[in-house]
Write a protein that binds this ligand. Structure first.
Ligand SMILES: [Fe+2]
Ligand SMILES: [Fe+2]
Length: 472
């Protein structure tokens, strides 16, 4: 269905046919805008930004680029098209038609999943709210703002489901989304990674590479949900998520390129003296963001995950493309877990290992970008390899929480850990150094901060000196 932009809330769900729902959402809208003004990108209400806006939910609907004042961005409700023949692909309800409404017995489960996903969306906007002040170029500033408005829209996607399908409880949850704030000691966001600060652009690129990718895997498994409106919401959100991960991957590549360029030119590894980010600091930031993102997948062995699957609420990554019985009642899966302070492999019922399986899919996906980063380093003539640390490294959730484990997966004593921690995770000094590079935003078209290379291509094929943001 085409997106109706003539409405106060653009949508493709025929919102005007349900007056009660429309009024409830129109009531929430000004509160969202207040939140955006208070907690969204700081000091940007007059900027005009070259943004893409969805005009329909099929693949060519994205071709719409133009200047938008951010508070006037048309946030709305866009679901991927309905497939009338869609059936539940797995679990006890396998083969039955998907649900167009919430089954009574799944109400609280589905509500919790939607709230947990929804909470991450405004959280990341809050985490990134000051980054515009230190943007390394107009191109990067525009990408930051594109991500921010889309995360705002992802909040809309989840709030719509809460309002439309969960009655009074849902409306209250929607209010709470704007009350919790990232890093707030009293009312923090639900998940740990979304309460960490994103104080600089190296953190931002690592966040969009690793943490937005967790989003991809969570959305993909919710896109398999038997609750069809959730599945269709997530399908469309995934198309937006792809750009966020692109920004992360290419951002890191461009920093690596610049670092290698300076290493070559000055024949030294010590690029800090040249105002760039050294490779070992990059590795430490990678270690941090990867391990924090792994925690988002939850416990290695989980009865909750088993129940979600059996009930048809949350599937596996690309469920319908997997060649097995989609019941998993007799299947087994090998996981890494901890026993008596050691890391061991254990075979457990596959149903209980679904979090771990999703984490494994995620790790393999993360590794692909790392390979491309290493290619870039190699092309520049250096042999330094960026590596994903062991899945047990620096974990706060799951079997390895509280253990001291090195990036190559060795269990350490507290003393050993303390002696090495500063080589593996960013130290205060590293963070202070990276922060010191973040100068005032570079606002001249085609100019870039000293520590990052220009992108290979402009957004929507615009030339290198394109004016992506107009300051008014
Ligand atoms: Fe998102
Ligand atoms: Fe995202």
């Amino acid at each position: 269905m085409a997106i109706d932009y003539s409405q106060l809330i653009p949508n493709n769900v025929d919102l005007s046919s349900d007056r009660r729902l429309q009024r409830a959402l129109e009531n929430w809208q000004p509160r969202f805008l207040d939140w955006w003004k208070d907690m969204g990108p700081d000091g940007t209400s007059a900027h005009e930004v070259y943004l893409r806006t969805a005009i329909s939910t099929d693949s060519n609907g994205w071709a719409n680029f133009g200047y938008v004042k951010m508070p006037e961005y048309r946030w709305g409700i866009f679901l991927a098209d309905r497939d009338p023949d869609r059936v539940i692909a797995y679990g006890d309800n396998k083969g039955k038609p998907v649900w167009q409404d919430v089954p009574g017995e799944l109400r609280s489960t589905l509500r919790r999943l939607i709230v947990t996903q929804g909470d991450t969306e405004p959280a990341s906007v809050e985490q990134q709210r000051l980054l515009g002040k230190t943007a390394p170029s107009l191109y990067d500033l525009r990408n930051l703002f594109q991500i921010n408005v889309e995360e705002g829209r992802h909040l809309w996607a989840m709030v719509y489901l809460l309002h439309a399908y969960f009655g009074r409880d849902g409306r209250e949850e929607a209010e709470e989304m704007l009350v919790r704030h990232s890093g707030d000691p009293d009312k923090p966001r639900i998940l740990g990674a979304f309460n960490e600060a994103t104080p600089d652009w190296l953190s931002f690129f690592m966040f969009t590479y690793f943490t937005d990718r967790d989003g991809k895997y969570q959305l993909a498994s919710l896109a398999e949900s038997g609750f069809d409106p959730l599945a269709r919401s997530c399908r469309f959100m995934l198309t937006e998520e792809a750009h966020h991960m692109f920004v992360g991957e290419t951002g890191i590549t461009r920093i690596l390129q610049r670092t290698c360029e300076l290493m070559k030119e000055h024949k030294t590894d010590d690029v800090r003296s040249l105002g760039a980010i050294d490779l070992s600091t990059m590795q430490k930031y990678l270690n941090f963001h990867f391990s924090v993102s792994l925690d988002l997948f939850g416990q290695e062995a989980s009865t909750n995950a088993a129940n979600y699957y059996t009930m048809g609420v949350k599937g596996r990554f690309l469920e319908t493309r997997i060649d097995d019985d989609h019941l998993l009642t007799n299947a087994a899966y090998e996981i890494d877990t901890a026993e008596d302070g050691r890391i061991v492999k254990r075979t457990v019922p596959a149903l209980q290992a679904l979090n771990e399986r999703l984490r494994q899919d995620y790790i393999e996906d993360c590794a692909k970008g790392v390979l491309r980063w290493n290619k870039a380093i190699e092309r520049a003539g250096f042999n330094f390899e960026m590596k994903l640390p062991h899945r047990a490294f620096n974990r706060r959730i799951g079997a390895f929480a509280g253990m001291r484990i090195s990036p190559d997966g060795k269990v350490l004593s507290e003393a050993d850990w303390t002696a090495h921690e500063g080589k593996w995770l960013p130290t205060d000094e590293d963070r202070a150094y990276v922060t010191s590079l973040m100068g005032p935003a570079i606002t001249q078209p085609g100019k870039f901060a000293h520590w990052i290379a220009p992108p290979a291509r402009g957004i929507n094929n615009q030339p290198g000196d394109f004016e992506y943001v107009r300051f008014n």
